[in-house]
Write a protein that binds this ligand. Structure first.
Ligand code: C2E
Ligand code: CA
Length: 431
């Protein structure tokens, strides 16, 4: 069928895959002939960073290579098209769930090998969403919208695999679009505020630091939490402005507290992948420290393993400079993404924040062993461990026995306003 349909100017100039108009026409044709099929919506993760850091020429070479790899998967009933930018679609003449899963795994697999261009190495992964004709919808527009939505859901969950669409996603999409609309009208200075969650040393039970967590107070929607807007702000390129605001606010706050109360606490700041990869991140932070006269030793930044995996060589150099400046580097959500143990040292990681997922499972012996090994391994490397999301006394006791260094979680304290934090941890603190 594909051969009959294939006319001229159907290919994308860069990847040599089919282009958008060909794939749309093909979908219409399948629908007209009532042939069951699935649409895979494929978006490359963090591709924007490749373009931003290395320029469009390198970005194009990466896309070309990705196109070649997708082409290698094509068969009679499956083909790929470049839909625009770093978005691709696959059209597969089957709606069998096992087969769909296999194709999704194939997509992951062909992207696994690094792409090497000159001296640089790129790790590419994709988020994939799937919608099926006629089960999810009987028209092309909806199928594309639904598969795009499923792709967003996959991206949000941090997994590379596809998700089938469901009615739930319809709700999710509308709220996503809603938040994007609201974000465009945000007044960062007025609408954002910070809360602080304390982090304690497990052995001494003393406060060591606090994590700054951003919130958005919307006139009609109330408080919007970062999990609902940070990833959207990353996609629409607003995260840099938000991060700048968070840094300024938090740096000024820690200076006031440490100077007023003669303390030396650290403030921990979350940095999104795209911000740390911004070439002027280092200069910006350095400038802020100097301008507001904040000691670098009062600051730590929290990064995820994903941040380290794109352009690892660039990241090693950058993190060495940040470390030399005196800022501590913490690895957030530790255990949720693969990382080479030797890289922990190369990336100058000072502390790992063990993900809540591992703390939740502490009632099981095997999982306790896993956590024990993580802590031993970190200590062997001279790296401290923070357990996050500690909610129960049993978890607290187990972590103490395992010699975890620090804890953060509702068991001790929820995030709170700066005023409450000051009252509780500075004004009332035991001398
Ligand atoms: P995160 O880095 O994992 O931050 C900790 C989150 O876990 C916070 O949610 C905190 O309220 C929550 N939490 C702490 N203890 C517990 C507990 O015992 N149980 C449970 N269930 N949750 C606990 P929050 O404030 O909603 O932040 C969510 C995420 O948003 C953060 O996750 C972080 O990745 C991101 N985020 C927050 N502020 C910023 C920011 O300024 N910049 C960036 N880029 N991301 C931010
Ligand atoms: Ca964090």
């Amino acid at each position: 069928m594909m051969e009959n349909f294939n006319k001229c100017s159907d290919t994308d100039f860069l990847t040599r895959l089919y282009n958008r108009s060909y794939s749309l026409g093909f979908i219409d044709k399948l629908i007209k002939e009532n042939i069951e099929f699935s649409v895979f919506y494929i978006d490359l993760n963090k591709f924007k960073m490749v373009n931003d850091l290395y320029g469009h020429d390198v970005g194009d070479i990466v896309l070309e290579e990705v196109g070649k790899r997708f082409k290698s998967l094509e068969k009679l009933d499956l083909f790929f098209a470049r839909f625009g930018g770093d978005e691709f679609i696959g059209i597969y003449q089957s709606v069998d769930e096992n087969k769909i899963n296999r194709i999704a795994q194939d997509i992951d697999r062909v992207l696994e090998d690094h792409i090497i261009i000159s001296e640089s190495e790129f790790t590419i992964s994709a988020s994939v969403g799937v919608a099926r004709y006629p089960f999810d919808s009987d028209n092309a527009d909806d199928l594309l919208k639904l598969s795009d939505m499923a792709m967003y859901k996959a991206k949000e969950s941090g997994s590379n695999s596809q998700l089938l669409i469901s009615a739930e996603l319809n709700k999710k999409l509308s709220s996503r679009r809603e938040i994007e609309k609201l974000l465009k009208d945000i007044d960062i200075e007025k609408d954002l505020f910070l809360e602080y969650q304390p982090i304690f040393d497990l052995k001494t039970a003393k406060l060591t630091s606090m994590e700054a967590l951003v919130r958005w107070k919307h006139k009609t929607e109330g408080i919007i939490y970062p999990d609902d807007f940070i990833y959207i702000s990353e996609e629409i390129d607003m995260i840099k402005d938000i991060t700048r605001w968070v840094f300024i606010k938090a740096l000024k706050q820690i200076k006031v507290w440490n100077e007023k109360y003669d303390t030396n606490y650290k403030i921990s700041l979350n940095v999104s992948d795209c911000c740390i990869h911004n070439k002027i991140f280092f200069d910006n932070v350095n400038y802020m420290l100097e301008t507001f006269k904040v000691k670098a030793e009062w600051v730590s930044i929290e990064l995820t393993e994903l941040s380290l995996s794109v352009s690892p060589e660039y990241m090693k150099k950058l993190l060495c400079s940040i470390n030399e400046l005196g800022i501590d580097i913490h690895l957030d959500n530790f255990g949720t993404y693969p990382i080479l143990i030797s890289d922990l040292k190369k990336f100058k990681i000072k502390e790992i924040k063990i993900d809540k997922e591992f703390i939740d499972k502490l009632d099981n012996e095997d999982n306790t062993c896993v956590l024990n090994s993580m802590i031993l391994l970190a200590h062997g490397l001279g790296i401290k461990t923070i357990a996050k999301g500690v909610e129960k006394i049993e978890e607290y006791e187990s972590l103490k026995k395992l010699h975890c260094d620090k804890i953060q979680g509702f068991y001790i304290e929820k995030p709170m306003s700066g005023e409450d934090f000051e009252k509780k941890y500075f004004l009332n603190r035991a001398k």
